[in-house]
Design a protein around this ligand. Structure first.
Ligand code: AMP
Ligand code: ZN
Length: 310
């Protein structure tokens, strides 16, 4: 099979785009999808300082690489969650990319280690406070992403969520009619005066398969294993269901998520800025100053409980 763009042999087939590309044209296709996402969702400009949350996985590693290739000012933050071998290996991938690619380009990597700063890894912290590991982990990550972005004066923070992540989250929210969450499921969440950094997902137009292919073709080393804590998670079931739909009917994920975004954009234009209204209910946490809808934020409550448990 030939590449859709040039006379070369195709290396990857993309049924949902009715296309097949050689390695070079596929890399250009991925870059163009990221550029389109950044422009369409008004994510950032070349003057902005971007903080990329990198996990060592294919998506966030590729995202950091792509933003640097496209000439953006992209630094990174890695949160070391202390999940045994998995965290050790993912940290190595992040540090290797930093040493070999990012640092020579003038970018920096920050590492926040839970064992050093919070006194224990996320599994142990979750156990101390009697909460499921994945929910404590989500709280920790979101807290440190936001705090670092604000304290270090970044204009925006970016995560490696891809189309599969967003479509499966949308499916989960729709199945449970969690309409509050639907409002927040946009690839760009604006900064708020109350202390939330602007958050973006520049890979929302690209699938998990495309991101894995991009990382392999461009020789970006990443941790292949999923987090051992995510085994049996609902999200993996939703992803599997969407993959089966996609196979039977290519383009399903894209239609599902993109049409949701189109409808939502129209509704928000009609009802004005729901996010701004929503965020104005927040105030600074009495303990740490980060934004919260309560007196003391979830992170601080977790840490107080964890300290009491030791
Ligand atoms: P996940 O929730 O594991 O699917 O990850 C979604 C996104 O969150 C990734 O693409 C990264 O941008 C970010 N992320 C996840 N884990 C970490 C981590 N340990 N440190 C920094 N960023 C992370
Ligand atoms: Zn707090």
């Amino acid at each position: 099979m030939r590449c859709k763009k040039c006379p070369q042999q195709a290396a990857i087939k993309l049924p949902q785009h009715n296309a097949a590309y050689c390695k070079t044209c596929f890399t250009e296709f991925v870059h163009s999808q990221v550029a389109k996402a950044i422009k369409k969702q008004k994510m950032f400009s070349h003057d902005d300082r971007i903080l990329v949350a990198v996990s060592g996985g294919k998506d966030s590693m590729a995202l950091w690489a792509i933003l640097l290739k496209l000439g953006y000012r992209a630094d990174a933050l890695y949160v070391d969650l202390g999940i045994g071998n998995y965290s050790m290996q993912s940290r190595q991938k992040v540090e290797h990319f930093n040493d070999s690619v990012a640092q020579p380009l003038g970018a920096t990597l920050q590492i926040h280690t839970l064992a050093e700063n919070e006194g224990a890894g996320v599994k142990e912290l979750a156990m101390m406070i009697n909460r499921p590991t994945c929910s404590a982990c989500g709280t920790m990550k979101r807290y440190h992403f936001n705090r670092t972005a604000l304290e270090k004066d970044y204009d925006v923070m970016a995560t490696g969520h891809n189309l599969d992540d967003e479509a499966s989250r949308l499916l989960g929210n729709v199945l449970h009619w969690q309409t509050d969450f639907l409002e927040k499921q946009t690839p760009t969440l604006p900064a708020s005066l109350d202390g939330f950094a602007k958050k973006v997902k520049p890979l929302y137009r690209l699938t998990e398969r495309e991101m894995a292919a991009y990382a392999i073709i461009n020789k970006i080393a990443y941790i292949v294993d999923e987090c051992p804590m995510s085994k049996g998670s609902k999200m993996l079931v939703y992803k599997d269901v969407l993959n089966r739909l996609e196979e039977a009917s290519p383009g399903t994920k894209q239609v599902f998520y993109f049409q949701f975004l189109d409808k939502q954009a129209k509704e928000q234009a009609a009802t004005q800025n729901i996010t701004a209204q929503d965020q104005s209910r927040l105030s600074p946490c009495h303990s740490c100053g980060q934004p919260t809808s309560m007196e003391v934020c979830t992170y601080c409550k977790m840490m107080t409980k964890a300290k009491a448990a030791v």
